[in-house]
Design a protein around this ligand. Structure first.
Ligand code: BG6
Length: 511
């Protein structure tokens, strides 16, 4: 083999198989009878996510035996019209179907969310459903509405006598969609309002990322294996990348997105949830309080960039064409891309940069965490060109698509001379377990019905993440970026995002 063979040898893949058979979780238990009331039932989330998830659960026989889903919205639809709209969503988006099993459970009520009469009629309809279907008075209210509409609903539920205290014979639980508030002050106000009306144990702040199989697997990978944890610290980890790239633009959600932008839509919640899971200490048990307690410590340890360093640590972008999307201002300064360098100021992670990247209209849809291990301290393999080919190990957790885990390492390339190449061990969910993992909302809806809050955000954690990001939001509200739009669709964001990581001697992992 010629001396520079290593430079020309393609990277090899070594595949590993799952050696385990799926074992049902010991905690799996049937969901109790209940009525699920969906506020915002005519919206995008209900059609695209909630209904297909309910359809899958119905098809799998996982919905409670006695169950009703009551949509509530302003549109004056009849229950038949509601079902017709939902049927389209379930058939288009739910591979597993389930419509026939779900359809008889669906009902609809139209009403203004600020009108006390709506809640009286809702109470009456729920009492009828209890009677007809034996739902035992159990209620799951799902607030699939923007943050500004939460307060009137919570007030309406209380005034309508629809919230039972914890410990009552029937349960009342309220699921609230993200973003929970729009900055620290509004999140605190919302938490105070909610706490005034119900107990924290009844409040389920949803971030659907926590329901993704691959996100749940972060804990299993870290704490059900002994090989990773000893390396999971500043001694061995050089840096960590967390990326959530989407190819879609904002589509028909321009109105929502103009109020939100990528920092509120993805970074404050999805990316910080993933970061805290990846960086947390081992919890004492897998119970909700222990897991959420450890995540909270990480959220509180995030280093706040000083106001004069924010633009060094945070790069924002907006794709060309965003300003022409429906309901978007022609001079909008809403960011659709963000890259951030974040430090976790604790003993384990001191000095290790976490690079976060999220954006719309990027080159590929991919969400993943890459843990880059330190380079080897000394190369024993003589020639410089061989040593240069020894890439540091990278452990990648592919959250979506092509869900899996991959580890790269150096290997001798077979031959008479010494040549080194990078190979990878690759676990793919589809190959290891057969089929795609279930949709996040399925697991979360079931957990809420069963009363398990582990995969939902606690009020303290939500406030901690807003406390970290609010000064960044405030800075850019006062100093809107002057170069928007600054990246082409199907690219990897603005050029300055590369500089953010490059100046530390790293590159974004090519995706
Ligand atoms: C939602 C955001 O929370 O997550 C959307 O509001 C985004 O803007 C979506 O597209 C991404 O979710 P997923 O599961 O497709 O990664």
């Amino acid at each position: 083999m010629p001396p520079d063979a290593a430079a020309t040898v393609p990277r090899e893949t070594m595949r590993i198989e799952a050696l385990t058979r799926p074992v049902a979780s010991a905690s799996a238990r049937a969901a109790p009878a209940c009525a699920m009331v969906i506020f915002g039932a005519t919206g995008d989330l209900t059609r695209r996510k909630l209904m297909p998830a309910l359809g899958h659960l119905a098809a799998a026989g996982s919905l409670p035996e006695r169950f009703a889903a009551l949509g509530l919205g302003r549109r004056p639809w009849t229950p038949e019209e509601f079902r017709a709209h939902m049927e389209r969503g379930v058939r288009e988006l739910s591979q597993g179907g389930g419509w026939d099993a779900l359809a008889p459970c669906l009902d609809y009520l139209s009403g203004d969310l600020g009108d006390a009469g709506t809640y009286r009629r809702l109470g009456d309809r729920l009492a009828e459903l209890d009677h007809e279907r034996g739902l035992q008075g159990n209620r799951l209210f799902y607030l699939a509405v923007p943050p500004g509409e939460i307060a009137p609903i919570v007030h309406g539920l209380r005034a309508g006598g629809l919230i039972q205290p914890p410990g009552a014979p029937s349960f009342t639980r309220v699921i609230i969609e993200k973003p929970f508030g729009r900055d620290l002050a509004s999140a605190r106000a919302l938490n105070a309002l909610v706490a005034d009306v119900m107990d924290e144990s009844q409040t389920f702040r949803i971030d659907h990322y926590l329901g993704k199989e691959t996100v749940q697997n972060i804990l299993v990978l870290r704490f059900a294996n002994s090989i990773f944890e000893p390396l999971w610290n500043r001694e061995h980890v050089d840096y960590v990348e967390i990326c959530a790239a989407e190819t879609d633009g904002v589509g028909t959600r321009g109105k929502f997105y103009e109020q939100t932008g990528v920092l509120r839509d993805i970074v404050q919640n999805h990316l910080l949830e993933v970061l805290t899971l990846a960086a947390m200490e081992p919890p004492t048990t897998q119970g909700a309080d222990d897991v959420r307690g450890e995540k909270l410590k990480v959220a509180r340890a995030l280093r706040q960039p000083w106001s004069d360093t924010i633009e060094r640590e945070v790069v924002l972008g907006q794709y060309r064409g965003y300003r022409n999307e429906p309901d978007v201002a022609p001079d909008s300064v809403t960011p659709t891309f963000a890259a951030l360098r974040v430090f976790v100021d604790n003993w384990r992670w001191q000095g290790v940069p976490f690079y976060l990247r999220a954006g719309k209209r990027l080159a590929r849809r991919v969400t993943e965490i890459s843990v880059h291990l330190q380079p080897i301290p000394l190369c024993l393999f003589g020639r410089e060109e061989v040593c240069e080919r020894i890439d540091p190990n990278v452990l990648t957790i592919r959250i979506q698509p092509d869900e899996g885990v991959q580890l790269t390492f150096a290997s001798k390339i077979p031959g008479h001379d010494l040549a080194v190449g990078t190979v990878k061990m690759d676990m793919r969910y589809t190959e290891a377990f057969g089929g795609d993992p279930p949709e996040a909302y399925e697991r979360l809806l079931l957990d809420a019905m069963r009363g398990d809050p582990t995969l939902f955000s606690h009020r303290d954690a939500v406030e901690a993440s807003w406390a970290w990001i609010t000064p960044i939001l405030a800075h850019y509200e006062q100093h809107p970026p002057a170069d928007f739009p600054n990246y082409d669709p199907a690219s990897w964001g603005p050029d300055c995002a590369r500089r953010l990581i490059h100046r530390d001697g790293h590159e974004w992992r090519s995706l």
